[in-house]
Design a protein around this ligand. Sequence first.
Ligand code: FMN
Length: 406
Amino acid sequence: MNGTNDGRGAPPSHRAGPSGAPRDSELEDEGLSSDAEAERAPRRPIQVMEDNTLHTRLTKDLGVHYPFVSAGMAFVALPPLVIAVSEAGGIGMLGSAPEPAPFLRARIQAIRGGTQRPFGVDFILDHARAGDLTTREHIDTCISERVPVVAFHWTLPPAAWVKDLRAAGIRVWVQAGSVDFAKDALALGVDGLIAQGRQAAGYNRGTTPTLKLVRELRALTRELPLLAAGGIADALSAARAMYHGADGVWVGTRMVASVEAYAHPGYKQRLVDGDARDSDFTTLFGPEWSGPRQRVLRNRVVREWAGREAKAPTQTQDTIGTTRLFPGLAGGDALYTMPRFSAFVPTPDTQGDLEEMVLPASGSSMARIESVQPAGQIVVEMMEGAHRLLANPYELEADADENDRS
Ligand SMILES: Cc1cc2nc3c(=O)[nH]c(=O)nc-3n(C[C@H](O)[C@H](O)[C@H](O)COP(=O)(O)O)c2cc1C
């Protein structure tokens, strides 16, 4: 350890690529309970190894130390997690739940209060019971706040949004679960792609395993940053993704099991205890936003309704607990009674039986999680370990176990 991340810009570093890696040229070319508390918390420096880093299109494009991005996760990826990841040298992504634009602005400003490093905002594009999850006002907020990266998931953004964000100097990324979807995103002129493999937790319509999809999307673009998402939760899985052509990793489940994630402690512990076969696809959840397929932990309610999700009552008056909608935000921190099959993930504010709730999770990732750790430590350990593995890449080629894991 010879460097300290003290909140200044990423340390200047020379290329220290994995000299023995056959795909070296591809690498070259290619918690806290509220935001206020997070801001008050003393910032502990994170040790990084300055001369021992990975350089990819992603790190070069955004001037970050590590090709590590924490997934935008609604309700869970709030400012404390974003700040911790960006301060460690990665890129933290704020998960935009369907909060109104003024609340989004407050979150962005809270992030700016905690880090000067690059970060991003992730939006889900779809129509929910309460209206569109993402609106032009959200986009204008990102433009006026000069957010470095905006990512979209589920459907494609209107061309005008992409154009205006890019004109403001904002990188626009799209999460894609198939070659066709990625092609359509590229036609819009996006700056980067996230390959969401079938192992990925959360809303996921993908059928292709992560590494295979990375190779397929790599073939579509040699120039743009390509991130791998789905089942990446330790140094080996990160190294494999980069060996197969990714410029970085986009990590969800592993980051839920971090100290700073705004997830219920019982949810985090289930991710530590869970294994490769403990997740599944379901369409069970979502009176608030119905239907989309997502990968979740196979808890009691998921097992009970497996194979007959369509028969689950949609107009039920039953409730499963309470939570708070937009914690820490004046005017938004309202108590919410969760209907049965609610799509809202349990946070530290949630009361009720977690066996009845949606717990987005990837089996492939859970198999690689051994404890809840500080987010910065996860970033540094995964990236330094991946660097070592890429320098001596035996067995990185293998993706045979991909299909078995989830
Ligand atoms: C709790 C949770 C919430 C998520 N919410 C979102 C979201 O709001 N927007 C989004 O683009 N992806 C969301 N995802 C999916 C991630 O972007 C990503 O595809 C996935 O986590 C990658 O797989 P992994 O969990 O194995 O790392 C979520 C994932 C989790 C675990």
